[in-house]
Design a protein around this ligand. Structure first.
Ligand SMILES: C[S@@+](CC[C@H](N)C(=O)[O-])C[C@H]1O[C@@H](n2cnc3c(N)ncnc32)[C@H](O)[C@@H]1O
Length: 306
């Protein structure tokens, strides 16, 4: 029942409304025992990054990002290597692969500002059996202390061209699912909210906000051939994360920068970027795309981009 004067409370049957809603009972319940929680008395420190390291991609492993001080990055948006035999993938065991990612997430946790967000795009692998990489990442990253904020299903719709490996055709003997989605996992460091930004102007429209706060996003994939990288994400993916989670001039990090898509999205929206990749050929592609974006910005052709 909705009591308009006294507000609502999370009920056994779910909440009937959101007016002045008291959810303290739910959040105080034992369901939350053992999970990372918001830090008490968070100090919203934001350290400055040396200007010479801003808008740069470093050709090295992101396991050590010495160029970045603690508490200096506002958003990380990335798509990690999948360890599936792409040019840049090593043939690591699942344990070794998780270990590599964990080391990088720890470094990301160090450099993010309190309240800063981490968005990880990942697809699951295989069928016999299925490898739920997204759930391994969630498990590992929560142990580092990240607060999980949600998961977005990226519906790749018709661009997904799902394989024809559907198993037993028209038969219940062994039909096999064909993924047309990937995930964008969302986390924050120490606090749910960014601090002291009440006076900063919004950089998304009402309609964008309503769309981006939904947990299913639908847009097409990017062509690997067109970009010249084996697994680029479309600009739309980091663009949406940047619009939803950052303010103008904020710093966006991609520790697996590849062809520079996150950097392009950051520049298009007047944010700054920092990237890492171990492959100098991909960095060359990224730098070309970044220069083209700067050029379009100079010619005020950004409306063509956003
Ligand atoms: C899935 S791709 C990222 C693609 C990128 N989102 C884009 O749109 O082009 C993963 C990238 O991680 C890079 N990589 C692999 N191991 C790395 C490491 N330890 N540190 C930094 N980059 C790494 C690979 O060279 C590859 O370009």
């Amino acid at each position: 029942m909705v009591d308009r004067k006294n507000g609502t409370e999370t009920s056994k049957f779910g909440s009937p409304g959101r007016l002045n809603h008291d959810s303290s009972k739910f959040y105080g319940s034992r369901l939350y025992e053992g999970l990372p929680t918001e830090k008490a008395n968070v100090k919203f420190v934001e350290n400055k990054i040396d200007e010479k390291n801003i808008n740069r991609i470093f050709c090295k492993s992101s396991e050590k990002m010495e160029e970045l001080p603690d508490n200096s990055v506002h958003l990380m948006v990335t798509s990690p290597p999948y360890n599936v035999g792409k040019e840049y993938d090593e043939d690591m065991s699942l344990g070794e692969y998780r270990e590599l990612l964990k080391n990088i997430w720890k470094e990301v946790h160090r450099v993010l500002v309190p309240g800063g967000r981490a968005c990880i795009n990942i697809a699951n692998l295989g069928r016999k059996p299925y490898i739920p990489l997204h759930s391994f990442i969630i498990e590992d990253i929560q142990k580092i202390g990240f607060l999980m904020r949600g998961e977005i299903i990226w519906n790749k719709a018709s661009s997904a061209s799902p394989s024809t490996a559907w198993g037993s055709w028209l038969s219940a003997k062994n039909p096999v699912l064909r993924d047309i989605h990937e995930y964008i996992l969302v986390f924050s460091k120490e606090a749910f909210s960014r601090a002291n930004h009440d006076d900063q102007p919004a950089t998304m429209t009402r309609d964008e906000f309503l769309e981006l706060t939904k947990s299913v996003w639908t847009f097409g994939a990017e062509s690997a051939r067109k970009v010249g990288h084996p697994a680029p994400f479309p600009v739309e993916l980091p663009l949406r994360c940047i619009k939803l989670y950052t303010f103008e001039n904020d710093v966006v990090l991609d520790p697996f920068m590849g062809s520079g898509t996150a950097a392009v999205a950051a520049l298009m929206t007047n944010r700054r970027f920092i990237g890492y990749d171990i492959d100098k050929e991909y960095i060359k592609i990224a730098e070309k795309r970044i220069n083209e974006t700067f050029e379009k910005k100079k010619q005020k052709k950004i409306s063509e981009l956003v």
